[in-house]
Ligand binder design. Sequence first.
Ligand code: CP
Length: 308
Amino acid sequence: MSQLSSRHLLGIKDLSAEDIQLILDTAENFKEVINRPIKKVPSLRDITIANVFFENSTRTRLSFELAEKRLSADVINFSSSNSSVKKGETLVDTVNNILSMKVDMVVMRHSSPGAPHFLARNVKANIVNAGDGTHEHPTQALLDAYSIREKLGSLEGKKVAIIGDILHSRVALSNIFCLQKMGAEVMVCGPITLIPKYIESLGVKVELDVKKALQWCDVANVLRIQLERQQIKYFPSLREYSLYYGINKKLLQQLDKEIVIMHPGPINRGVELSSDVADSNHAIILEQVQNGVAVRMAVLYLLAGAKN
Ligand code: CP
């Protein structure tokens, strides 16, 4: 197989295991490329890509931009905060105006779940979802899967605990779909108020005790408490959350094995993760960011149907 089954990347839910395998294997080639002294390849030389961000981002936006430049694509960046969206222009009008400048692909982050799916139905371009509200963040799940495979050799049979604010997390849902399709077992752990009621129907284990979750897993993917999406209180205080669910060195030293710590970023240091863990040899957080460039190169390359 050398082509993805879709011309868009809207979510992991729509991908087959073969699609994911193809992306991860292609990313491995691109990781080798970006570690060379000359980090660029001409694969997307005639392609123009717009990064259209309606929500804040550091890692995803810069990583896509770097991936596009490493592939020799032409790149334009749009941020809604200083655009004519502020004057009332619609999403479809905004993107159609960008496309009329001969743009081929759109990478979009939006706060509304389903916004990239809506766009894919209403405009003529390849759409890549860079995170849609609390729904999916497919390239984050792909780079997480790549990072686990790189660290542990494979995903098949590995036990991954996703710990924290599952309710508001697009990373959690995309990771659950991706890890299960690749043969890993998934557990979610957090306060009951931050675990969606439907989650067990996805075939994941639910654990409320963080010590048991850490003892069960090979990999803990620790998620940020997303205060900006919480309209009500889900736990009494950040201090209390940190006492019951924060991952610190003492907790890891109580385990009878070594586990891998991941975090998609940005980290609330001292809340879900202490600095002595975030900056330790257990954590592969910066490797995840580095792998994001190679994985996004693979996604863009495959969607463009480019040849080496
Ligand atoms: N992991 C992630 O999506 O980070 P940003 O919000 O900084 O893009």
